[in-house]
Design a protein around this ligand. Structure first.
Ligand code: SF4
Length: 444
């Protein structure tokens, strides 16, 4: 069997016996236009690369030939092992959310961008895309649970409450894990977007503006970055996240809480990522006591970051693992699919990688977990999307435009009218462009 199909250097190696899918999705998880592809896939005798790849090649190679360099495939590191390997095999790129947002618009040939990750990432690409580019997502049901805790209908009422007290003093810094509409809110206040790779620089910039920061939606990243920048105690105020955050009123706050809110320099929306909050300081110490270097993602609680040997974005973690000396032992606290891929690749270089939450003793009952919503992308999703695009029959449901709201259980897409969409796109783009400017300045 040939493992050719792509020409660019690979991040991840694929061998004929390597499994390409961690689990099969039930047939009714696929949208109707994708089901015949899923039926064929489920009927394959096994999930080895040697079996799955010829089936995929049969559909994907004609699409690659049809579109040529105008087709750009993208995926995030957290995707199940299958998709990251496959997207790379077909010439695509694997990146973290900051790099993903920039890759499409920096590619002068790309016209049709197909993203296998969660919806906010595809929407960020669409917001920054040129007018001659279109963005498609392989599974619109693939959402981020942190983003779901800060939907526009939850965040807007809270923002209105805070603005009624602080007026134009309020500056929104939104993490990349937000919808385009929430990014537009940041843009409206003159604020910026951040990712885990540049949050320190962006929040540092926001503090220099001498305005009160409303940081959404990840309270843990907010606390970690605030700590790195010297904020503590009363500098921070935790506003509830999710539906509760939208219902909280300033008038109902006890006097002591209101005084703390008034003293704060940074108000944190109480969202979090379930995948990154399974880690505990005692997990970190357990591995450190056994000689492992422990590296964590800053979406982990601050108490975990504080005791780790290093913390940083997905790209930082990958680079640290891949540059570790042979014989090193590294424990990683982040998304499980990423850790598994990193373990496979690091083993080829005699570097041992473990998941910080996977402690083999009864005293710890924890276990690292993968991002379940990203795992909603699998080989049939990629095959169906590319084959239907080639045929000119791609479902509108999979096209991503700025300001779209998707229901992650039904995949129903609510789309803004053109004038409203342009406004949201312009405001969200302003916040993203500010992030790019701050990041470039910090790097130079
Ligand atoms: S790992 Fe957490 S923050 Fe990242 S996409 Fe999944 S749910 Fe969202």
């Amino acid at each position: 069997m040939s493992l050719k199909a792509e020409t660019s250097p690979r991040l991840i190696q694929l061998t004929p016996d390597m499994p390409v899918c961690q689990q099969d999705l039930p047939l009714d998880w696929y949208q109707p236009e994708f089901q015949s592809y899923a039926e064929e896939y489920l009927a394959l005798p096994d999930r080895r690369a040697a079996t799955v790849l010829p089936w995929m090649d049969h559909y994907i190679q004609p699409a690659l030939d049809h579109f040529g360099p105008s087709l750009m495939l993208l995926a995030h590191y957290y995707m199940g092992g299958a998709i990251v390997k496959l997207v790379e095999r077909y010439g695509g790129r694997i990146a973290d959310s900051y790099e993903l947002a920039l890759k499409a618009r920096e590619n002068p040939e790309a016209r049709v961008i197909v993203e296998s990750a969660v919806h906010f990432m595809a929407e960020s690409i669409a917001i920054l895309a040129r007018p001659d580019q279109e963005v498609w997502i392989t599974n619109p049901k693939s959402g981020c649970t942190m983003e779901m805790m800060a939907k526009e209908h939850m965040l807007e009422p809270a923002f209105d409450e805070l603005q009624s007290r602080y007026g134009d003093d309020l500056l929104v810094v939104a993490y990349m894990n937000t919808s385009g509409r929430v990014k537009a809110l940041a843009g409206r206040t003159g604020g910026a977007i951040c990712t885990s790779s540049n949050a320190r620089a962006v929040v540092g910039w926001a503090l220099e503006q001498n305005r009160r920061i409303f940081f959404v939606p990840d309270r843990h990243l907010g606390e970690v970055v605030a700590g790195w920048l010297g904020l503590a105690g009363d500098d921070l105020y935790l506003w509830p996240g999710g539906l509760e955050g939208g219902q909280q009123t300033i008038g109902s706050l006890p006097a002591a809480d209101l005084a703390r809110l008034d003293r704060s320099r940074m108000i944190l929306w109480g969202g979090f990522c379930g995948v990154h909050t399974v880690f505990r300081p005692q997990h970190v110490r357990w591995w450190q006591e056994r000689g492992y270097r422990v590296l964590v993602h800053p979406e982990c609680p601050k108490v975990v970051v504080d005791v780790a040997d290093g913390a940083g974005s997905t790209r930082y973690l990958w680079n640290e693992i891949m540059s570790a000396a042979p014989g090193s032992r590294v424990a990683i606290a982040t998304e499980g699919h990423f850790v598994r891929n990193a373990r496979e690749q690091a083993a080829l270089r005699q570097v041992e990688v473990v998941n910080v939450a996977d402690i083999p003793t009864p005293e710890f009952s924890s276990m690292g977990c993968g991002c379940a919503t990203m795992s909603r992308n699998d080989p049939p999703h990629l095959v169906a999307m590319l084959d239907l695009l080639r045929q000119g029959r791609a479902p509108e449901l999979n096209r991503v435009l700025a300001g779209d709201v998707v229901d992650e259980s039904s995949a129903r897409r609510e789309r803004l009218r053109p004038g409203e969409r342009e406004l949201v796109a312009a405001q969200a783009r302003a916040a993203l462009e500010r992030m790019i400017e701050i990041t470039s300045r910090a790097a130079s």
